[in-house]
Design a protein around this ligand. Sequence first.
Ligand SMILES: Cc1cc2nc3c(=O)[nH]c(=O)nc-3n(C[C@H](O)[C@H](O)[C@H](O)COP(=O)(O)OP(=O)(O)OC[C@H]3O[C@@H](n4cnc5c(N)ncnc54)[C@H](O)[C@@H]3O)c2cc1C
Length: 402
Amino acid sequence: MLTSEQVDVQRLARDFADQEIAPRAAAWDRERGFDRAVLDELAALGFMGMLVPERYDGLGLDVPTYVVALEEIARGDASLALAVAIQNGPVPHLLLEHGTEEQRRRWLPRLASGEVVAGFALSEEGAGSDASALATTAAEEDGGWTLTGSKRWVTNGGAAGLVVVFARTGGGGGGDREERREGEAHGRLARPAIGAFLVETAAQGYRVGEREATMGHRASETVSVHLEGVRVGPDMLLGDPAGGLGQALGALDLGRIGIGAQAVGIAQAAMEHATAYACERRQFGRPLARFGAVRAKLAAMAARIAASRALVMDVARRWKAGPHSRARAARSAMAKLVASETAAWVTDQAVHVLGGYGYMREFPVERLMRDAKGTEIFEGTSEIMRLVIGRSMTERRIAGAT
Ligand SMILES: Cc1cc2nc3c(=O)[nH]c(=O)nc-3n(C[C@H](O)[C@H](O)[C@H](O)COP(=O)(O)OP(=O)(O)OC[C@H]3O[C@@H](n4cnc5c(N)ncnc54)[C@H](O)[C@@H]3O)c2cc1C
């Protein structure tokens, strides 16, 4: 059951998505970009700073209300929703959890107003699922830091004004206490010390590289970023210079709930298109929806979407701010895993319900199918989600038994 505030936010987001987003989604996909103006329109509604507290000019929504809005935006267009998810989720989370009051005051109002678009740069060519393998370095010099290396697949890349860059600040000694204790107990090498840095994209030496040609989320800008000796002041380091990996994982705990909501929105859109089509299209003298096999597909879609939405909402309601924990990570991983695999399944079924037309670019379901696949990969693949969930169920027990 939604609160009255959630119903209001849902209506606002749904109306905007129906009127301003969904009608343009196919063109954005073809042209590989959405208009920057739509971000300003979202900002005017408060949707660029949903989790930013009101004292920093945000809407100050809670996580459940945020996922209600994000689902509606994704129902309109998944690429736009991905941009909105990065802007609202991991980046403000890092500032709120680890930033100084000065950093928060400087950046949060600019994110919430849409003046500054945010990016999150963790992945690298050799460091995807294993983010601790990242090779970008941050050398402490003259009271500041010099960042050198390359990042891959940075969403919002070219448009971003501020990117949180994760970089090695030293050798071992990183990770939280629990991770270090567990690593030592298993004779593993200590996690590298990684720091999180606020990098203005206008900084000298920050270069946006190639834009990826992606299967789905084609309107979202996914770029490489090259850091060629970028100098940042000490005020651009977020928290502990050796705690960045834990910070990134904590931000992903929130990000993954957002991807879950995004996946539910994609699946919902596909189901709506398939249902409308099945009621209109006639074969053998009757609407497709009158065939039991087709109706059963629609019913299974509806049931799986409802289950995913309920899980994402439950995880959102149980969200606890504060440091990354295994239990919180497992809950977020479940939301992302179930919702993204549901979206992949539902969109596949929707393409099938439309038959040959489902395979054509002129109908939206093929785009939704391409978009759904991305939700199983970014912010951690389904295998990594299973790993995170399984580890939280077993690792402590195994450690106790050895
Ligand atoms: C559209 C898009 C946008 C993105 N945006 C961003 C962004 O804004 N910022 C950012 O930092 N990154 C971003 N990424 C990167 C994304 O998070 C990574 O692609 C993802 O984490 C997987 O890493 P990888 O591609 O290196 O795959 P790999 O880690 O090489 O994995 C390849 C395969 O091996 C499997 N695998 C790996 N390790 C294990 C294991 N231990 N057990 C079982 N299976 C395993 C994986 O599940 C996968 O199937 C984006 C990616 C895409 C596609």
